[in-house]
Write a protein that binds this ligand. Structure first.
Ligand code: AMP
Length: 174
């Protein structure tokens, strides 16, 4: 199996000038690379009790549903504002320009359930930090967060670790 990083395509200036977008579609196109990515994302948590996997819209759903199915535990989506049909709670957080809001269904996580957060990429950590708040407001306990890619030149990992969250990533980009 080739290096996982070779299945990530760098697309400069997408979706706007100055952003180097990490395109995971070549990884999704390779069943072997996709399987290895999921295995690598889950391995650090192999000895943890996990009751629920939470995936963050939208690429977190691709890995999160698969990991939940492997663990035989429920999958819960955290979505952008206005997408979830039932009653929700929401968190708003700062972006470089403006704010973003994410939501979760009020009955998605029960008190005391141990939650693993899954997303494709860790950048500033803002999205995951807001996701952690949603889970904690529902009474869930955070086991950690696992990512395919950590943009390690950005402060996301330390932002999350400062809150006590365990952070793991299959690929560190320096
Ligand atoms: P952040 O909240 O800054 O950690 O951003 C994380 C979210 O933004 C993830 O859901 C990523 O999918 C997306 N994202 C941020 N930067 C990039 C990038 N350079 N390439 C691809 N996705 C990105």
């Amino acid at each position: 199996m080739a290096n996982l990083e070779s299945f990530i395509r760098d697309v400069p200036d997408f979706p706007k000038p100055g952003i180097l977008f990490k395109d995971i579609t070549p990884l999704l196109a390779s069943p072997a690379a996709f399987a290895e990515a999921n295995d690598t994302m889950l391995a650090p948590f192999a000895n943890e009790q996990i009751d629920v996997v939470v995936g963050i819209e939208s690429r977190g759903f691709l890995f999160g549903t698969h990991i939940a199915e492997v663990l035989k535990v429920p999958f819960v989506p955290i979505r952008k504002a206005g997408k979830l049909p039932y009653e929700t709670i929401s968190e708003t957080y700062d972006l470089e320009y403006g704010t973003a809001t994410i939501e979760v269904h009020i009955d998605a996580v029960s008190k005391g359930q141990r939650v693993l957060i899954v997303d494709d990429l860790l950048a500033t950590g803002g999205t995951t930090k807001a996701a952690c708040s949603l889970i904690q407001r529902l009474g869930g306990e955070l086991v950690g967060a696992t990512f395919l890619i950590d943009l390690a030149f950005l402060p996301g990992r330390s932002v999350l670790e400062e809150t006590g969250l365990r952070v793991e990533a299959a690929i560190d980009v320096n």
